[in-house]
Every structure is written in structure tokens, then in C-alpha cells.
Ligand binder design. Structure first.
Ligand code: HSE
Length: 296
């Protein structure tokens, strides 16, 4: 086989209190095609700035080949990205996952998904986007002795995920730089307890419980100053009864609800409270993780 296309779902990380641990795959995708050639690197389908050897699909492709003790030959990579870049919906994780899986498939599928997760987690530094991108659905992960351990959790089928995506981006490095290195014990306890109840509320389909549990003291308060309109939107969403959180490191804001009319309700009011342009993306949970969609 010389050519393979990998489809990877978008992911929302943290889900409020599950900082660097919880994640959920969503119905938006990036497809990446890898074609082995006699030499050189050619990357198409993305901005010129991302066509060099530091492209994340290529770096993870090379990392997997290195761990297989395989030589890196030439490769053409074509990226067809529908996950918005630098918006907190796992666009970087999708590239890392695609590169890792692409290299593995092209060289005989010798590594397990856990093996690919280990390699990409070492590159990304936290597994919360990577795990649902590989496995689909709702996951919680821990890193023990440097290696990620992931568990999948059940989700009630009635949830609607409405992503509010602004017209500005926020690099994760910038959103992590505002976080303190140490937190009060009370804040740690707050997040552990709220996190456990978020998982149960998502399983039960209990919107009232989710709205209360989906609160956080480890990252959202520090980050909201980087996100124009955050407080107005949070207030607006909470008055509809939906649960609200920052998607990953932001700037996308996420509403989780059982109310099929939430989008309509917000559409009427969003423009009145915001200055930036916010696009509403109605999404559902993607239960299938990264997969091969064509190979020849
Ligand atoms: N858990 C990560 C963060 C997700 O919040 O910084 C973004 O990569």
C-alpha cells in the first residue's frame, strides 16, 4: 500500500472541570492523505505557513516511523481540514493522530492504538484531545509513569452539543501561559468533585445536574479575559438552562443541552450581547474514532 487517507474527528477537551483529562469526539472532521514517494516532503491543502517539516501531521508521521525503526522516505501529505484551526476543537490533535495512524497503516499496522496514543501524547503533553480522537465518544485519561491510560464513559443519547466559534483564534500556548502553577486545595477539591459529577450527568442525561457540575476553578476563570464576549455569552447560555464550558483552551464556547431549540433561542439573542462574530455549529457526539477511509 502506497497511499492512505485518515479521517479524524474534532474533539472538545476539559468539559469544564476535567482539565487535561476529559474529552469528547464531535461530528466535524479533518481528512489527511499520505502518499509515499521516492523523496522529499510536499504538503498541500493548508496555509503555506504549515507546509514545512514542523507540520504536526508530518512530525507524528516521522515519530511513528522512528519508533518502528523504519526509514522516512518521501511523502506527499494532503490536508482537508474542516476542524477550525486554533479554536479549541482539537485541530492540532487531529493532525497528530492522522500522522501517527497514517505512518502505522502504511508500514504494516504494527503499533496498537495505545502505542500511537503513547507516542502522540509525548508530543502533545496531555491526552485529553488525543484519546477521544483515537477512540471516539467520551473519554477520561490519566498519565501514569509518563504513559496515558484512557477509559471510555457512556453518554446519554439525547445530548446536543452547540459550539460557538468566534472569528478570532487563541493559541493553546497563550491560553496555558495564563494559568497559575499552583492552586489552592479548595480549588482542587472543587474540580475533583465537579468532574466526577459531570461524567455521571453526561451518562444520565441530567441537564440540571450537568449545569451545576460543569463548573471549574482550574482554568476557565483565568482564560476568560483572553476571550472577548465570554461573560455575556456564559450568562446568556445559562439563562436558557443549558450547561456551558470553554471548549479545550478556547476560544470556542460550548453549550450542552437536551433542548433541540437552543440554537434558535440563542440566534435571536447572540448578536445583541457580542462584539465579535460568533458562528453556531450544531454538533453531535462522534462515537467512532480516527479511521482509514481509503487505502490503495
Ligand atoms: N487541556 C488542554 C488545555 C486542551 O485546556 O490547555 C487544549 O489543548
Amino acid at each position: 500500500m502506497k497511499r492512505v487517507t485518515i479521517r479524524v474527528p474534532a474533539t472538545t477537551a476539559n468539559l469544564g472541570p476535567g482539565f487535561d483529562a476529559f474529552g469528547c469526539a464531535l461530528s466535524l472532521y479533518t481528512d489527511v492523505t499520505f502518499e509515499e514517494t521516492d523523496g522529499g516532503l510536499e504538503i498541500t491543502g493548508c496555509d503555506e505557513a504549515y507546509t514545512g517539516p514542523d507540520n504536526m501531521a508530518y512530525t507524528s508521521y516521522c515519530a511513528v516511523l522512528a519508533s518502528l525503526n523504519e526509514e522516512v522516505r518521501g511523502v506527499k501529505i494532503h490536508i482537508d481540514a474542516h476542524i477550525p484551526i486554533c479554536r479549541g476543537l482539537g485541530s492540532s490533535a487531529a493532525l497528530l493522530v492522522a500522522g501517527a495512524m497514517g505512518a502505522n497503516v502504511l508500514r504494516g499496522n504494527r503499533l496498537s492504538t495505545q502505542g500511537l496514543l503513547n507516542i502522540t501524547n509525548a508530543m502533545e503533553g496531555h491526552p485529553d484531545n488525543l484519546a477521544p480522537a483515537f477512540y471516539g465518544g467520551l473519554t477520561a485519561s490519566m498519565v501514569d509513569n509518563g504513559l496515558p491510560v484512557t477509559v471510555s464513559f457512556p453518554l446519554h443519547p439525547g445530548w446536543e452539543f452547540l459550539a460557538l466559534v468566534p472569528d478570532f483564534n487563541l493559541p493553546t500556548t497563550k491560553a496555558r501561559a495564563v494559568l497559575p502553577d499552583q492552586v489552592p486545595r479548595g480549588d482542587a477539591v472543587y474540580n475533583i468533585s465537579h468532574g466526577a459529577l459531570v461524567l455521571k450527568a453526561l451518562e444520565l442525561g441530567d441537564e440540571k445536574l450537568l449545569r451545576t457540575a460543569m463548573q471549574d476553578r482550574l482554568h476557565q476563570n483565568y482564560r476568560k479575559k483572553l476571550i472577548q464576549d465570554y461573560e455575556q455569552i456564559e450568562h446568556l447560555v445559562r439563562t436558557t438552562g443549558a450547561a456551558f464550558c470553554l471548549s479545550g483552551a478556547g476560544p470556542t464556547l460550548l453549550c450542552i443541552t437536551q433542548d433541540e431549540k437552543l440554537e434558535q433561542k440563542l440566534a435571536r439573542k447572540l448578536d445583541a450581547v457580542t462584539e465579535a462574530n460568533w458562528q453556531m455549529l450544531p454538533l453531535h457526539v462522534e462515537f467512532q474514532g480516527a479511521r482509514v477511509i481509503s487505502a490503495e
